[in-house]
Design a protein around this ligand. Structure first.
Ligand SMILES: NC(=O)C1=CN([C@@H]2O[C@H](COP(=O)(O)OP(=O)(O)OC[C@H]3O[C@@H](n4cnc5c(N)ncnc54)[C@H](OP(=O)(O)O)[C@@H]3O)[C@@H](O)[C@H]2O)C=CC1
Ligand SMILES: CC(=O)C(=O)O
Ligand SMILES: [Mg+2]
Length: 751
């Protein structure tokens, strides 16, 4: 896996933009009219209030309680960074809240409590109980975390779950089951060392003992070394319970001959000598965050046979509680659980372990840019595996129902699984898949407008995300000044800056251009000016000569101007078959609109071509194309000369033998709404369209910009399709992210 470089600036910019922090609150009901106000607030709100007071169970129906989890910390053990205080922990807690939403559609809010006193903490959380369907405790140090969790579990009637204890233990157990299977060892036989005797360490050792590990085979260590029977220094009752009868006193002594190392301690706690001393096919889970006890590179350098996992996403085998807490809570919330008990945790661990052993679907392989199969580098599912959401929560829910913690058992498990599938936003996986493909392709990307800070930042990100090389057309001093002004002085040396003055190919470029333009009124002097001074033309010439595999431009000049310049070097006109396709991503849907760039007023033949090119783009994005030719009329009503070409375009496609679904003409609501489509049973569309071919460029521009401005849709494109070269044209209002998205599309040769 290519390791992605994340700089301090990247991390801070990610948290600063587009708004400070990582999440915001959105209303789910209309709040527009007087009537809305009367229903949502006084007087209408009185009705559910009184009903809930009479029957508390109804809170799951009339409030957001049933899908709301609090992520609560006091910041005393923030990842492996130590006690950063309540406020210092907020980015992590906001992050966990976002992971809840992204991976399991659980609404979550972070709460940072400014106290190290367990009683104060317990009291604050207990009093908030009515608000939430569950409490996820996070990054609270041991031993206080044990008292806090245990007391809250006793006092509250909703799941209280300390993620660092049980989330970690569950994932660690799942990974360990599989790793031992690969190394051909049994849990009851192996010698295990757990380093870190805090929240995560104690929970991990307890769970693996429940799963069969022998007390006498396990050694627990902390900052003072081995926790042995009779040790008095730095002890507490939770450590004492696992004190070993062993002569070993240091971690190094404990690891000598061990089969398994589980690290939940701190960066760099393990040395290469320790790894070298371990048993054959040893298992090393270096789970400290953000930096592991030992890196996979360091471990493999001394022992090729070890199976290594870390808590990070940039190495194979990410043993991290992100694989657990979203799905444990999803399953628990869906049965209105009173608690998350051991059976639910074990069901989660077993389901995760089993999933990793199953054949990995192509969409996961596509998203990761490589085929994954059960083995040393794939012992646990990857966090972006789309199967997790519909495989793990049912296992958890079933265990909860079997053990009597469900207030509302699920009757139809198949329907539940289907409902879980529909919770996830398909657009996220499309974007992920494109990113992974771009990383795999390693395309050298030409960024034509190195005079624009947004372009420079996108180029740096392209390269730092491991997608390939970024070539920036610009002047060295200018790029340096602009990157420095953006706080990215460290990136100056990373980018390759190209311009006519330093290019050895200028003469070749000019000869090529002169040949193309000599009969269009351009003399050698004009051609020199274009090739040497116009960055759009120069960049296109680089691409034409294979001095880059994709081109990104259009962020500084209007697209018509840029297209005209590109057409000097390539045939990217309407006549040459070029088409612009814009992807609209909104509320879990993706709809392509064409032509948004090239054809001004297409006729029915052009419209059919636009449909074909759009279908190609859809397939590149992993969508099965379903085209609607849209207009203000549906299947001939109302009749109008202006709608005629939209009416005829399907017949053109029919004559061409198109191999995808298409239909028209129809209004946009009929195209996109399955219910409205029922009025036209003869229609060839089997469901809502995902490609809208519009009558003209003005309607394309109006509809896409309206979606962006009014609905807040994510707009990607126009994607230039139908030409051989990979060129993507941004817009003058493109953000850094938009430009990067276009580079990703160019790298994937979508178009
Ligand atoms: N991958 C994952 O999913 C997860 C990883 N973690 C990681 O585990 C680590 C511990 O977290 P957590 O249990 O919540 O924290 P706690 O503060 O509760 O416990 C930390 C424990 O680690 C021990 N420790 C610290 N440094 C060392 C060291 N150099 N050598 C040996 N032991 C050491 C401490 O020893 P002492 O008792 O002597 O102070 C203590 O027992 C963190 O790095 C965290 O990021 C945690 C949860 C999930
Ligand atoms: C992953 C996690 O929860 C931690 O490192 O604390
Ligand atoms: Mg944590």
């Amino acid at each position: 896996m290519t390791k992605q470089k994340i700089s301090r600036e990247d991390a801070l910019a990610f948290h600063l933009e587009p708004t400070p922090g990582k999440w915001e609150v959105q209303a789910t009901v209309p709040m527009t009219t007087q009537r809305d106000l009367s229903l949502a607030y006084s007087p209408g709100v009185a009705v559910p209030c009184e009903d809930i007071a009479a029957n508390p169970e109804l809170a799951y129906d009339y409030t957001n309680k049933g899908n709301l989890v609090a992520v609560i910390s006091n910041g005393t053990a923030v990842l492996g960074l130590g006690n950063l205080g309540a406020l210092g922990s907020k980015p992590v807690m906001e992050g966990k809240a976002v992971l809840f939403k992204r991976f399991a559609d659980v609404n979550s809010i972070d709460l940072e409590l400014d106290t190290e006193d367990p009683d104060e903490f317990i009291n604050a959380v207990r009093l908030m109980g009515p608000t939430f369907g569950g409490i996820n405790l996070e990054d609270i140090k041991a031993p206080e975390c044990f008292i806090i969790e245990q007391t809250l579990k006793e006092q509250m009637d909703i799941p209280v779950f300390h993620d660092d204890q049980h989330g970690t233990a569950v994932i660690c157990a799942a990974g360990l089951l599989n790793a031992l299977q690969i190394s051909g060892k049994k849990i009851e036989d192996v010698k295990i060392v757990v380093n870190g005797a805090g929240a995560a360490g104690i929970a991990c050792i307890e769970l693996i003992k429940v799963m069969g590990a022998k007390h006498d085979n396990c050694i627990l260590c902390d900052t003072k070394g081995v926790i042995y029977q009779g040790r008095t220094e730095g002890m507490n009752q939770w450590k004492s319970a696992h004190a070993a009868n062993t002569p070993a006193r240091t971690l190094a002594e404990a690891m000598d001959g061990a089969d398994v190392f589980l690290g939940v301690s701190a960066k760099g706690a393990v040395t290469q000598e320790m790894v070298a001393s371990m048993g054959k096919n040893a298992v090393i889970f270096a789970m400290a965050n953000p930096d592991p006890e030992i890196t996979p590179e360091e471990a493999h350098a001394v022992r090729e046979d070890v199976i290594v996992a870390t808590g990070r996403s940039d190495y194979p085998n990410q043993v991290n509680n992100v694989l657990g807490f979203p799905y444990l809570f999803r399953g628990a919330l869906d049965i209105h659980a009173r608690a998350i008990n051991d059976e639910m945790k074990i069901a989660c661990a077993e389901a995760l372990a089993k999933l990793a052993r199953e054949d990995v679907p192509d969409e996961v392989a596509m998203a990761y840019g490589k085929k994954l199969s059960f083995g040393r580098d794939y012992i646990i599912p990857t966090p972006f595996d789309p199967r997790l959401i519909y495989v793990i929560p049912p296992a958890v829910a079933k265990a909860g129902m079997d053990t009597g913690v469900a207030r509302r058992p699920i009757i139809d498990m198949d329907a539940y699984e289907a409902s879980l599938k529909s919770r996830m936003d398909p657009t996220a996986s499309i974007l992920r898949s494109l990113n992974a493909r771009a990383r795999q392709n390693q395309a050298t990307m030409i960024f034509a407008e190195g005079d624009d800070p947004r372009v420079l930042r996108a180029a740096v990100q392209y390269q730092r995300s491991g997608m390939g090389r970024a070539l920036v057309v610009g002047r060295e001093d200018d790029v340096k000044t602009k990157l420095t002004a953006e706080g990215m002085a460290d990136a100056v040396g990373e980018l390759e800056i190209v311009n006519a003055a330093n290019s050895p190919h200028l003469a070749e470029y000019k000869a090529f251009l002169y040949k193309r333009l000599q009969r269009q009124g351009f003399d050698r002097h004009d051609v020199h000016r274009l090739a040497a001074r116009d960055r759009h033309v120069f960049a296109a010439l680089m691409l034409a000569h294979g001095h880059g595999e994709g081109l990104i431009t259009g962020a500084t000049r209007k697209s018509a101007h840029v297209m005209q310049r590109i057409n000097m070097v390539f045939d990217a006109s309407a006549e040459a078959g070029a088409v612009g396709v814009t992807a609209l991503l909104h509320k879990g849907r993706i709809v392509l609109v064409g032509d948004t760039l090239v054809h001004e007023w297409p006729d029915e033949q052009d419209l059919a071509t636009i449909a074909e090119r759009s279908a190609d783009v859809a397939r590149h994005l992993g969508l099965e194309p379903r085209v609607a030719f849209v207009s203000f009329s549906t299947f001939g009503y109302p009749r109008s000369e202006r709608a005629e070409k939209m009416h005829k375009a399907p017949s053109v496609l029919e004559a061409r033998g198109a191999d995808f679904e298409y239909e028209g003409e129809m209004t946009v609501d009929v195209a996109l709404n399955a219910q409205a489509q029922k009025s036209y049973p003869f229609s060839r569309l089997t469901g809502p369209a995902n490609i809208l071919v519009v009558p003209a460029r003005h309607s394309a521009s109006i509809s896409t910009k309206l979606m962006q401005e009014m609905a807040g849709a994510t707009v990607i494109g126009p994607i230039l399709a139908g030409i051989d070269e990979s060129i993507q044209i941004c817009s003058t209002v493109s953000t850094v992210n938009d430009i990067l998205n276009m580079a990703v599309l160019a790298a994937c040769k979508v178009g």
